[in-house]
Ligand binder design. Structure first.
Ligand SMILES: NC(=O)c1ccc[n+]([C@@H]2O[C@H](COP(=O)([O-])OP(=O)(O)OC[C@H]3O[C@@H](n4cnc5c(N)ncnc54)[C@H](O)[C@@H]3O)[C@@H](O)[C@H]2O)c1
Length: 270
């Protein structure tokens, strides 16, 4: 017999996903979350700096009979963040969920990287989450009496491979998540964080990746398997759902066990 504990609580709710587009028909972390939330009956505002990419996500959702709308917007702009939240409220009258998914990569040590690059990575990867949450949280409180937020970090925050700015920004997201969870628990808002490992998303393969590099990535996981955007999407869906109602301020690692292995061991064995 089914009880209320079997209800994911996603149907009829409204979700905002930043960076919810992806190149072509590829499955990025944000696009996967958008599609899975829509399949569960949520209405999804797909936001992306590149409107066409967001529109493609919406087409994919509409083709399955789901409800979604695309919106252009650069979440480094506070005005755009405010506009995105208002767009969700104007369209559907409420906001329940936020998937803070936007992030960019960077390479180089503290000596190699230019200060401007460091600032840019901190702005795109951390400040965008601060700004979008700043506008989403009051809307959640007002229109839904609570909600849930997921911030997308990376295993680089837990097991750095250099990548100074990226690692620093992704570690800051864990601190931001915990602070927000403490501050907004009383508002009935849960805030969690996901650390994806090496996922095969358009961001990764658009730069070009050899079969050998793919195999190496798969081998880095204890499951000897490559992750995809769907793996992150499912984790987002779970953390936003009622099934995670007693989980807040946590870091969920989605990496096939990559962080369980020391990098040295990897290079000895392969
Ligand atoms: N792919 C991986 O292996 C991996 C691993 C760990 C963490 N992550 C994180 O997952 C998240 C999504 O990764 P992905 O690989 O799906 O990404 P992606 O590069 O495909 O990005 C998704 C979308 O974000 C949009 N975007 C970028 N900057 C924006 C901005 N300022 N405002 C609005 N939209 C913007 C892009 O246009 C793109 O469509 C990122 O935070 C990334 O750091 C990815």
């Amino acid at each position: 017999m089914q009880g209320p504990e079997d209800d994911a609580g996603l149907a009829g709710k409204v979700a905002l996903i930043s960076g919810g587009g992806a190149a072509g028909d590829g499955i990025g972390n944000g696009r996967a979350a958008a599609i899975l939330l829509a399949r569960a009956g949520a209405k999804v505002l797909v936001a992306d700096r590149d409107l066409k990419l967001a529109e493609r996500t919406v087409e994919m959702i509409a083709a399955e009979g789901g409800t979604a709308a695309a919106h252009g917007g650069d979440v480094t702009s506070e005005t755009d963040c405010k506009t995105l939240v208002e767009a969700a409220l104007d369209r559907w009258g409420r906001l329940d969920f936020l998937d803070n998914n936007v992030g960019i990569g960077s390479r180089g040590s503290v000596v190699d990287e230019a200060p401007e690059q460091y600032r840019r990575v901190m702005q795109v990867n951390v400040e965008t989450m601060f700004l979008l949450s700043k506008h989403a949280i009051p809307a959640m409180i007002k229109t839904a009496r609570g909600g849930a937020i997921v911030n997308i970090s990376s295993i680089s925050a837990l097991r750095p491979r250099g990548l100074t700015s990226y690692t620093t920004s992704k570690a800051a997201i864990i601190g931001l998540t915990r602070a927000m969870a403490v501050d907004h628990g009383r508002d009935n808002i849960r805030v969690n964080c996901i650390c994806p490992g090496p996922m095969y998303t358009p961001m990764v393969y658009a730069r070009g990746m050899s079969e050998q590099a793919r195999a190496q990535r798969a081998n880095a996981s204890v499951l000897k398997t490559e992750g995809t955007g769907w793996d992150v999407g499912h984790a987002v869906k779970f953390l936003l759902s009622n099934f995670a109602r007693y989980i807040t301020g946590q870091v969920l690692v989605v990496d096939g066990g990559v962080t369980l292995q020391a990098p040295e061991r990897e290079s000895q064995e392969h």
